[in-house]
Write a protein that binds this ligand. Structure first.
Ligand SMILES: Cc1cc2nc3c(=O)[nH]c(=O)nc-3n(C[C@H](O)[C@H](O)[C@H](O)COP(=O)(O)O)c2cc1C
Length: 287
């Protein structure tokens, strides 16, 4: 797997860059190829809104010949693009926003040219923020989810850590281990989608629960990735999440199997569920 990390902070050694370190180390330890780009080094201008890119068929194109071309080369190289950015004013930083706006040259929706040059790629977010996760990073995640829907990209999720003590917040065992776990989950998620091809509908919902053990485990892995780490869920809340990701209306079986295969923890009364930490090692499960 090839993973491109686009680092959007102007602070080269700041919080976001610090969090990217264990994340990237873990990806490479697990055999992924990575590239890391600091966007503020690349002189990427904002989109001019001229739409000239929309009339150029089959290739990225922009009238501004700046660092964006280098970014695009790496985007086209990658299987997965990780948007690593601090939250600035409830969204990403300016260089990251310039990159996101100038993705238009990859999507030909509005002129004589047609097609998407990056359709099907995976996208994930790694972010740091001052407010709590939902309040601080929620708007950016919503925007990226919409971008992925609109551009037929596969959104894989977000890892975020709150800035409570500047760099120290990102050097704790919890933050570092969380970044590593996120790296593992991204690779597993991509592998699961490959294995489940044919079993997912156009909206990414499971259309059947595989009987064969290996495929079944990939299906569970795929579903576990939809569950937010660190949150408590009632049976009903968990059922709602699972229902959104399968078509055969059997959340109880899926919930039970997730628990039986150690993807979920449950309180002794069986009322509260939480994503298990750490998640089970796929190799130990036999995949
Ligand atoms: C100009 C600016 C705007 C910010 N806006 C927000 C914000 O809207 N929400 C938030 O949660 N944190 C905000 N923050 C806090 C940063 O997201 C946080 O400190 C982050 O960890 C900085 O990462 P860095 O060291 O990689 O640049 C802002 C920080 C700056 C400098």
């Amino acid at each position: 797997m090839k993973v491109l990390i686009l680092m959007g902070s102007p602070r080269h050694g700041g919080n976001t860059a610090e969090l990217c370190k264990p994340f990237r180390e873990e990806l490479e330890r697990l055999g992924a190829e990575t590239r890391y780009m600091t966007l503020s080094d690349k002189n990427i201008h904002p989109c001019l809104g001229c739409y000239a890119c929309q009339d150029v068929e089959g290739t990225y194109s922009c009238v501004q010949h700046d660092g964006m071309y280098e970014v695009v080369d790496s985007v086209l190289w990658a299987d997965c693009v990780v948007l690593a950015t601090p939250v600035y004013t409830w969204y990403c930083t300016a260089p990251m926003k310039a990159v996101l706006d100038r993705h238009y040259g990859l999507n030909k929706f509005y002129g004589s040219a047609r097609g998407s040059l990056w359709k099907g790629k995976y996208v994930a977010i790694l972010t740091t923020h001052g407010y709590d996760r939902e309040y601080g990073a929620g708007p950016f995640e919503t925007g990226v989810r919409r971008l992925c829907e609109h551009s037929s990209l596969n959104y894989l999720g977000m890892y975020s850590v709150r800035d409570e003590d500047d760099l120290a917040s990102f050097q704790t065992a919890e933050a570092r281990e969380g970044a590593k776990l996120f790296a593992r989950r991204l690779l597993e998620a991509m592998e699961a989608r490959t294995q489940l091809r044919g079993l997912l509908d156009s909206e990414g919902r499971l259309t059947g629960f595989p009987a064969k053990r290996k495929k079944k485990l990939y299906a569970l892995l795929y579903l576990a990735e939809k569950i937010e780490p660190g949150h408590d869920y009632s049976e009903r809340e968990l059922g709602e999440i699972l229902k959104a990701w399968h078509t055969f209306d059997d959340p109880a079986t899926l919930r039970r199997d997730l628990f039986d295969h150690f993807f979920l923890d449950r309180d002794p009364q069986g009322r509260i569920y939480r994503l298990a930490y750490p998640q089970p090692d796929p190799q130990k499960l036999g995949i």
